[in-house]
Design a protein around this ligand. Structure first.
Ligand SMILES: [Zn+2]
Length: 85
């Protein structure tokens, strides 16, 4: 089960790849926080129990999501800038 923890502190700081995702260790069930960037790179993360977890980006869906979402934020940013004039 993946939960998104979103903290938006300002439009210019948004980078979806830095969003944190909680995963649970298959061994000790401890919650480990990883970034979407780590998932898209399919990095291996270590749990404090010694278990190594290989992150898998199913069919590159996270990489695509990062691209899509970052694009929407950029478009939104442009719109906001336009309104700000
Ligand atoms: Zn563990």
């Amino acid at each position: 089960m993946i939960h998104f923890h979103r903290e938006i502190k300002g439009i210019e700081m948004i980078d979806i790849s830095k969003e944190k995702v909680s995963i649970s260790c298959p061994d000790c069930k401890r919650v480990i926080k990883v970034t979407i960037a780590q998932i898209s790179k399919q990095e291996a993360v270590g749990c404090t129990c010694g278990q190594s977890i290989q992150l898998v980006d199913d069919k590159g869906s996270n990489k695509k999501a990062i691209k899509d979402i970052n694009k929407s934020f950029k478009d939104l940013e442009k719109t906001i800038k336009k309104f700000g004039k």
